[in-house]
Design a protein around this ligand. Structure first.
Ligand code: DX5
Ligand code: ZN
Length: 215
């Protein structure tokens, strides 16, 4: 499977959001990563439903929505209706994991499950039959521009082994500190999708930045 690149809008120029999405699509990105933060699950506040609705109207790429919020079940159906193609939430959130996965899928989106760096990957395993994408966080969620935590690589390997044995079409995404030096580590461990914020939007040539992340 070809490695997919999902630039994270967190590092883009929010004053020109539509233009930024069109630019990464032209530059060869595969997905648009949208970081939703509620100021409660994580200290930061970013964007919400109205922005996802507007992005859906103009984005040539699927929307990969990463919910860093305390109550994903409350909002799952609305994010699906707003046009999210993938909706990923944290297993440490306050809502029931199985019910949230079901709400996302019932809403017509693909369901993703993720975890903080301090959470053991084994906690995800019972839910994987109902999961379309696993997101392994390689930074503490909340902010762009942090350093890649190489000690998270074994988590990618554990999920990769499970995927190869049980569910080859499930996607493994890696988010946080991805750049030209760390992308090969994540890919070697088994990643299918790489999220990159500062490594794409921090550069003037998006096409070159995206190409550098591919194997
Ligand atoms: C962090 C977000 C990431 C972030 C990645 O909480 O989930 O998607 O934008 O940014 P970089 O690639 O700069 O680490
Ligand atoms: Zn993210």
């Amino acid at each position: 499977m070809k490695v997919m690149i999902a630039p994270s809008l967190l590092s883009c120029d929010f004053a020109h959001l539509g233009r930024e999405v069109e630019a990464i699509a032209k530059a060869g990105a595969d997905l648009v990563h949208v970081d939703v933060m509620d100021g409660h699950f994580v200290p930061n506040i970013t964007i919400g439903l109205p922005v996802v609705r507007s992005l859906k109207k103009i984005s040539p790429l699927p929307l990969d929505v990463h919910l860093m919020i305390s109550h994903p079940l409350k909002y799952a159906a609305e994010f699906a209706k707003a046009g999210s193609d993938y909706i990923t939430f944290h297993i440490e959130s306050e809502d029931d994991t199985a019910a949230t996965l079901a709400a996302i899928r019932d809403g017509g989106a693909k369901a993703g499950l993720t975890l903080r760096p301090g959470t053991p990957v084994e906690r995800l395993l019972p839910y994987l039959p109902e999961v379309d994408m696993v997101l392994i966080m390689t930074v503490e969620p909340g902010f762009g521009g942090q350093s890649f935590m190489a000690d998270m690589l074994p988590k990618i390997e554990v999920v990769r082994r499970w995927k190869d044995e049980h569910k080859p079409h499930m996607l493994i995404e890696v988010d946080g500190g991805i750049n030209k030096d760390t992308a090969p580590l994540a890919i070697a461990a088994g990643a299918d999708v790489l999220v990159a914020g500062s490594a794409v939007f921090g550069r003037s040539d998006y096409a070159a930045a995206i190409a550098q992340l591919r194997p």
